[in-house]
Write a protein that binds this ligand. Sequence first.
Ligand SMILES: *Cc1c(COP(=O)(O)O)cnc(C)c1O
Length: 376
Amino acid sequence: MPRPIHATISVSALSHNLDVVRRRLDQAAQAVAGRAPSIWAVIKANAYGHGIDAALAGFSAAQGLAMLDLAEAVRCREAGWGGPILLLEGFFQPADLELVDRYHLTTTVHTREQLDMLAQARLSRRVDIMLKLNSGMNRLGFAPDAYSSAYTRAKQLREQGVLGSIGKMMHFACADGPQGVAGPLQVFESVTQGLGSGPISVCNSAATLRYPEIAVTRGDEAHWVRPGICLYGASPFEDQSAEALGLLPAMSLRSEIIGIQDLSVGDEIGYGATFRADRPMRIGVVACGYADGYPRHAGTGTPIVVGGARTRLVGRVSMDMLAVDLTSVPAVGVGTPVSLWGQDGPSVDEVAQAAGTIGYELLCALAPRVPVKRTS
Ligand SMILES: *Cc1c(COP(=O)(O)O)cnc(C)c1O
């Protein structure tokens, strides 16, 4: 028998979350009599740890898929995905363009080097690109004063038959916080104004949920949003839970109690003896540790659900085990189910917060050794 830990991926939760995003965009479009944008469901990092196959099943109603890894993109095509696929970091070397060509991928272009590689490539068809502006995040993209010449270069490549559509793209650094989107959006609008028409893509989850109106199409340019985290049922916001957003957790991490210890006052728990009982306590040992992807920085007090009752983690998380306080949880024994996060557990965002990180990191870091079950 394998250890009792396992993750469940709910395909219906994935589709539900896509629906939540779709409805939000439709409402925003109706409010201004515009057209709702199309959705590139972001499935990078093995669909935020959920698996590409589950994502393909859950996001079949999305217009497109977006990711970084060429192998993941190829897998989507080979699994029969016929819609657009966007490479969020573009391609890295000339040989990648053969795959872009063969599998009909749309690519982000964010450097002059990529334009050079396109100019030298021998391809069987035109490549659709999204030309990326660095609107202030200073991660990927052409600086505002370099963007229009990059765009002109792309247009020349289109005239030469190398490129197909040339879209405009940027990424927000602070859409989830008080700084919001206004500053970078203004940069984007002033830099891209009058350059020529093509698809536009600016919104991640936070911007899509909080500022859906900026993705509403009023003219003839097609807008595309790029939500990721919210599709998996976690929140992009510190001040708003996934539940409050109407999202359902797609990944549930569960295990069982595999040992029980009865402690007297002064007894200590785990490595470093960081927790000491100040009263008689009952402790459960759970088959889940940091080698499963549970964060080691989650300290005493991190919420955890044992046998349906919410309690707390105590002491340090080990590689393969962690300890929970059973003092106020009745009728727990070896084999009692434990919910680490997800459906009927704490939210992944609560666990992340207790560990000083974000839900994204925990979902992506689910360890390969954890068996995954898919439910419809
Ligand atoms: C990861 C990513 C997204 C999705 O971000 P979320 O915060 O998960 O919605 C969108 N666009 C780009 C360029 C990304 O890298």
